[in-house]
Design a binder for this molecule. Structure first.
Ligand code: FAD
Length: 286
């Protein structure tokens, strides 16, 4: 099918983009980033925006820099930018291991990191990473100014976020993981490149042989990605071994309230969550 008619806008600057979003956001206007989620939805007429504000020609949105201990990822940065480590530490290596699981190469070459975050598909790998690392989302609007939203408050449900209709998600900031942090990722999907049934992102530090500063996030299983405090607590003060990983994964399995659909039952997803938490902890490297 072809999309329903829409008006196309191609701003060149951030100021113009914010003007257009202030004007057309409330009138069913949408940002067009990589188009890898929005365009197929429009083609199926599941989305019928009246206005598209294409940010692909906007100067300055391709910012990808380390600043004040954070990796700043601008709205124009594509998934493929992470295929080689973007910083020389555990965060760069974690992102490079995660990006391989996102779709296929042509989609990674076009889709954007911030587009994934704004789209908030529960099975998005970047959303799970953002939840695990308590990412900061920088939203900008001509109407309400600039605000920084933490991942915990940003993801509200299936494809629902705290972003307002006139806001541009200008950049996402991830904390640089200190040297020596162990970081791991695991996901299960039926075929390579498919959306995941469930995934886990874990990080921890080791002091005197026991774990501290533990982060365990689950994505794909629930309506939104989130850290699982019960699993994190189970790891603190213990040595990283299979028994401890299994105990934490058991807590994650109990804590989640999984999505249930005809092809993947909630109970099956719980089992996958357990397996992914163990695997992400086992995969964790520094
Ligand atoms: C076959 C296929 C397989 C896929 N597999 C996966 C997968 O395994 N894992 C995965 O995570 N993704 C997958 N995707 C989706 C892909 O990663 C998209 O690139 C991503 O979800 C959205 O990024 P985008 O830049 O393409 O955004 P778009 O499609 O342009 O936009 C998506 C939504 O976000 C909004 N938006 C985008 N950028 C901004 C911004 N800066 N500020 C405010 N709103 C914004 C848009 O208005 C729209 O509502 C797949 C897509 C396809 C077609």
């Amino acid at each position: 099918m072809k999309p329903a008619p829409f008006q196309y806008h191609a701003p060149k600057t951030i100021a113009e983009t914010l003007d257009l979003l202030a004007q057309y956001g409330p009138d069913d206007g949408r940002v067009l980033a990589g188009g890898q989620s929005l365009v197929p939805t429009m083609a199926f007429r599941l989305a019928r925006p009246k206005h598209l504000v294409d940010i692909n020609g906007v100067a300055g949105l391709d910012r990808l820099v380390v600043e004040n201990g954070r990796l700043c990822i601008g709205a124009g940065v594509r998934h493929s930018a992470f295929e080689k480590p973007v910083e020389d530490g555990p965060l760069g290596r974690l992102l490079a291991s995660v990006v391989r699981h996102i779709a296929h190469h042509p989609i990674r070459a076009r889709g954007t990191f911030c587009g994934s975050i704004a789209h908030a598909d529960p099975a998005s790998e970047w959303c799970a990473v953002a939840a695990a690392l308590d990412a900061e989302m920088v939203a900008e609007s001509k109407v309400s100014g600039t605000r920084t939203i933490r991942a915990k408050s940003f993801f509200e449900g299936i494809m629902a976020t705290a972003l307002h209709e006139s806001e541009l998600l200008r950049e996402v900031r991830l904390p640089i993981l200190p040297k020596g942090t162990y970081a791991g990722f695991a996901e299960y999907s039926r075929r390579a490149g498919d959306y995941a049934v469930a995934m886990a992102v874990t990080t921890y530090r080791l002091k005197n042989g026991v774990m501290s500063d533990t982060h365990v996030a689950v994505g794909g299983a629930e309506a939104r990605p989130r850290r699982i405090a019960e699993a994190e607590r189970m790891l603190i003060g213990r040595a990283p071994n299979l028994g401890t990983f299994q105990a934490a994964a058991h807590e994650a399995r109990k804590a989640v309230d999984p999505l249930d659909d005809p092809s993947v039952s909630a109970d099956y997803r719980r089992g996958v969550v357990r397996a992914m938490v163990i695997r992400a902890l086992e995969n964790a490297t520094t």
